[in-house]
Design a protein around this ligand. Structure first.
Ligand code: AMP
Length: 523
């Protein structure tokens, strides 16, 4: 099964039904199918063949999905570009992935021009608008609509590339994670089965298109006839507005990174028995603070809450845990659970032997979600995707996460390998300090980073925090509040107040940036 075939299957059964909703505009399954068939035809006519990269300079709109499906049907692999990225970062991506085509709208036209000029490449542009936005020699959406609906046959098989997703690399150079049709189809088939996705369901589309969680939103919902309600970044700026949107659209499924949920909880915008249509609420991408989970579970007793875990390299998510009942203790861990179908989570020690139940180890993943590797980077691929020492011919992916296997077979996430620090000889998990901070209701957000000092204390514990709206709070007061929860050596030594903590392109707290700000102060 190819990824786009999932959507075609639905278009054949329910052409007139709504597929995508965005800001009051809708696109039916039938229109999605014919427009993407026409785009595929045009791309093939212009020379697109199997494996060609097609960069998407497209904002989150129904037409972006036309662009994705059209690319896949022509045999291409799409590369979604974050339109909020500086041209310099996009230039590096373009140099690496060498696209033959780019799909552009007015919002992405300038970034397209600037980054291509800087990279010295000239991919053929198809502007998905009525005019060419001043791009020399570009085709337009009128050309797409004039193309026949006969689809090309690029000779794809499910092991071929569907897209390349660029994630930030630890060295600052973006890494292109290659994802095949089969990688995504395997996950969304499991998800639709586990979640019971039905035609007519009304699901959120919150994460940005360059983040792999949106891959689930698109194929995991449209592929089963559900409606996808695309939420632009502007809606997430005001918590009350977002809650109102969920209410008014009668969404029955919510899926996002945790920070937006914590934001809604901090502003207390969810009422008792709110969102009556909601059936499922899921999060992925980082730890959801337990106080946030309790906030939602208390108010939404009719909703099922599921934690999904996984890195881009293993496609969307690799494990799941549906929370059986509202936790009583704000400090209790929410497991990342058990592997999705076709995947396996392995907790291994330094010599890649399984750790005994309950003991900390390195988390590896194997199975159907594993990417073939990083685009044109054999060295990084070999470092992260290793031979499975216990199964010949198999591969395992080293996540960089630490975990332990619970008695009941549920895996507990314990943080990143790199978030453990030594301060005055004490071994400290920064996550423990963050958990204590997240219990303070007068803080909107907080994050703790370690900054090497070279002195006796080794690594200084530094805390970035944003007070809740209308609250004034000083570091000594926060410190005083933590004294009861943490040993003294874990109390942050340095503090920095923010209106809102810096976030990365995926909406996660940007700890690297916070660390840099502290490090810059001490140098
Ligand atoms: P990304 O590739 O951006 O999805 O980042 C993957 C990393 O995010 C994982 O290796 C984890 O460190 C973290 N992560 C993803 N999902 C979860 C989760 N449910 N709980 C805790 N951490 C998570």
């Amino acid at each position: 099964m190819l990824l786009h075939d999932l959507v075609t299957r639905q278009a054949e059964q329910r052409a007139a039904r709504t597929a995508i909703v965005h800001a009051g505009n809708t696109l039916t399954f039938g229109d999605l199918e014919t427009q993407s068939d026409r785009l595929a035809h045009l791309l093939a006519e212009q020379g697109c063949v199997k494996g060609d990269r097609v960069c998407l300079f497209l904002p989150k709109r129904p037409r972006a999905v036309v662009g994705m499906l059209g690319t896949l049907k022509a045999g291409g692999a799409y590369v979604p570009i974050d339109l909020a990225s500086p041209a310099q970062r996009v230039e590096r991506i373009l140099r690496v992935c060498e696209p033959k085509f780019a799909l552009v709208t007015k919002e992405g036209a300038k970034l397209f021009q600037d980054s291509c000029a800087a990279a010295g490449i000239t991919p053929r542009a198809i502007v998905l608008e009525d005019d060419d936005q001043g791009l020399d020699g570009a085709l337009t959406f009128a050309d797409v609509l004039a193309a026949p609906t006969t689809r090309p046959d690029p000779g794809l098989s499910d092991g071929d590339l569907a897209h390349v997703l660029f994630t930030s690399g630890s060295t600052g150079v973006p890494k292109g994670v290659m994802i095949t049709h089969k990688n995504v189809v395997s996950y969304v088939e499991w998800a639709a089965d586990y979640l019971g996705t039905q035609p007519g369901d009304r699901a959120s589309g919150h994460p940005p298109l360059h983040f792999d969680l949106s891959t689930y939103d698109i194929y995991g919902n449209l592929g089963w006839g559900a409606e996808l309600h695309m939420i632009g970044p502007e809606l997430s700026l005001i918590a009350a507005k977002l809650a109102k949107y969920i209410r008014e659209q009668e969404l029955d499924q919510w899926f996002s990174v945790p920070s937006i949920l914590t934001y809604m909880a901090k502003f207390d915008v969810v009422k008792s028995n709110d969102f009556p249509a909601m059936k499922r609420l899921m999060w992925c991408g980082e730890v959801l603070p337990t106080p946030t989970l309790i906030y939602f579970m208390k108010r939404l007793p009719h909703v099922t809450f599921t934690n999904l875990y996984g890195p881009t390299e293993a496609t969307i998510a690799s494990s799941y845990y549906t929370v059986p009942s509202c936790p009583e203790d704000e400090r209790s861990d929410i497991p990342i659970g058990k592997a999705c179908a076709g995947e396996e989570l392995l907790v291994l020690d330094e010599s890649q032997k399984p750790t005994p139940v309950g003991e900390i180890g390195h988390l590896y993943i194997r199975g159907v979600g594993l990417s073939p590797g990083y685009w044109q980077d054999e060295e990084k691929t070999a470092a992260a995707f290793q031979p499975n020492p216990n199964l010949e011919g198999d591969r395992i992916y080293r996540t960089g996460d630490l975990a332990r296997m619970g008695e009941d077979g549920n895996v507990i996430f314990l943080g990143r390998e790199d978030s453990q620090i030594k301060s005055r000889g004490y071994r400290i998990e920064l996550g423990e300090i963050e958990t204590a901070l997240s219990a303070l209701d007068y803080l909107k957000e907080s994050a703790v980073v370690g900054v090497p000092t070279g002195g006796f204390e080794g690594t200084a514990i530094c805390c970035g925090y944003a007070p809740a709206e209308g609250r004034e709070i000083t570091p000594p007061e926060i410190r005083e509040a933590l004294v009861g929860a943490l040993p003294k050596y874990m109390l942050p030594a340095r503090w920095k107040e923010f209106d809102a903590l810096p976030k990365n392109a995926n909406g996660k707290i940007d700890r690297r940036k916070i660390r840099e700000l502290f490090a810059g102060e001490s140098s």
